[in-house]
Design a protein around this ligand. Sequence first.
Ligand SMILES: [Zn+2]
Length: 314
Amino acid sequence: MATLLITHPCFVDHDTGPGHPERPDRMRAIDKILAHDVFKELTREEAPLREDVEERILLAHSAAHLEKMRAIATGPINGTCHIDGDTVVSPGSWEAALRAVGAGLHAVDAVMSGRAANAFCQVRPPGHHADADHAMGFCLFSNAAIAGLYARAEHGAERIAVVDFDVHHGNGTQDIYWSDKDLYYGSTHEMPLFPGTGATSETGVGNIFNAPLRAGDTGERFRDALESRILPALHDFGPDLVVISAGFDAHRADPLANLALVEADFSWATEKFADMANRHCHGRIVSLLEGGYDLNALARSVAVHVKTLMDVGA
Ligand SMILES: [Zn+2]
C-alpha cells in the first residue's frame, strides 16, 4: 500500500496579504520538493469539495462559528479581510478552507478503509488554533480535530489520538478534545509563545498531554519530551487512528519561533508515531500540515516527513 498525498491548486488562492508568513508560496515550495523522483511512488489525489463537509465541520465547531466564517469568507471582500490581527481571508479562502477540511476527511476514508497505508494532507489554511467557536492564529476550522471526529463517527474508530509537533500549542484541538476520554491530544511546543496555552497542568479529563519546551531547546529536548511524556501516554491510550498536526515551525530556521529542531528530528518523531500506530492500529496515520514559515526549511522538513511515511507504510 502506498502513502497518499492530498492537496489542491486552490490552496494558493487563500490570499493572506503582503508580508503574511502563512502565504501561498508555502504550497509552491512543497510542490517543488515533492516533484522529485524520490516521491514518484506517492498516490496523489485532489482535496475534494465534499457535500458533507459542513456537516463534518459541525462535529468540532458550533453552527454559529460555521455561519460566521461563511458570512465573512463569502461576503464582499475587497482584497483581504482581517478576522483578527493574524487571521485573514480573501475571496479564495472559503473554497480553500472547505477543501482543507475535505482533505482530512478524504485521508481518513482512505486510511481507515485500508486503501492507503497512511496519508499527508498538504493544505492551508492550517487548523489547530481554531477552537469550537473561534477562528484564530491563521486557522478557520480545526482540520485535525475534525478528521479524528469523523473517523469515529463514520469508521468505527473508538479512540482517536492527535499528536502535534507544531511549535505553537494547538489550543483549538485541545479545546475541542478537552472533555472526552476517548480523544487524546498530545503536544510539544515552545512556551511562552503564542497562543499562551499548553502548560503541563492542562490535562482535560486525563486525556490531554502537554510537553512545553523552552526557547533555544534542540532536538535532544524535543525527543526527550516525546519519549518521557507524549509517547508513553499515547501507548497507554491505545489509539485506533493517529492524526498528526504536522507543523514544521519548530525548525531552527523558522522566523516565528525559537526552537532549534532540524529535519532529522521530524523524521525521528514520524518514525516514533508510526511505531505507535503499528502497535495499536495497523499503522493508520493521517497527517495534516499546520505551520512552517521558512520556505526552505518547510519544504525539506515536509520532504523527510513524507519520505518517512512512505518508508513505514511500504
Ligand atoms: Zn505554528
